[in-house]
Design a protein around this ligand. Sequence first.
Ligand code: HEC
Ligand code: HEC
Ligand code: HEC
Length: 100
Amino acid sequence: MDLNTNLRKLRYLLSCGALIAALPNTALLRAAVSTTSVCVQCHQKLNPNIVADWSISRHCELQVGCEDCHGDGHQSTNDVAKVKIPTPDTCGECHEFQVK
Ligand code: HEC
Ligand code: HEC
Ligand code: HEC
């Protein structure tokens, strides 16, 4: 298992479920490992319900992060225009079901 795989696992251990509450206190780890954790840090204030829903989802559990659906182009308040809004094709990268 390479370093990236380990970091990816660590990032989700830090962000799924109940542990999400501890996230703001782990700034160094967060900065080192996680795109999703960057999103979570800001969006748990802006959209607590979205973050909470994701954190208990099968997506979170199976390491599908925010950036898997929204891309990683937007990561701060200055670049919101670069966010990707998922289309059925986005879901179709992993799913065969039809999404309307
Ligand atoms: C430092 C704060 C910050 C970070 C970090 C951040 N965002 Fe955002 N995000 C914002 C703000 C501010 C908006 C605009 C909110 C609004 O207009 O109501 C926004 C909007 C969005 C939207 C909605 C865009 C729309 O058109 O409705 C999505 C989706 C989003 N962010 C996803 C992400 C993802 C994914 C990440 C991580 C890769 C991320 N954000 C990181 C602050 C942040
Ligand atoms: C499985 C794909 C998926 C994942 C993972 C995901 N989202 Fe989303 N997100 C969506 C979809 C679909 C929408 C609805 C887009 C629309 O309005 O058409 C959305 C909408 C949003 C919005 C805009 C809500 C609004 O009402 O304007 C924000 C903000 C957002 N997501 C943030 C996040 C953050 C932060 C994460 C990670 C904690 C995340 N999303 C993870 C698919 C996803
Ligand atoms: C990066 C891959 C990926 C993307 C993109 C993705 N998903 Fe998923 N999704 C998964 C995986 C993996 C599972 C878990 C499948 C399982 O349980 O075996 C899952 C599970 C689900 C489930 C079942 C949830 C549950 O609780 O059992 C739904 C519904 C779903 N995805 C909808 C979506 C929608 C809608 C989108 C697009 C907005 C999307 N997914 C995008 C990988 C993805």
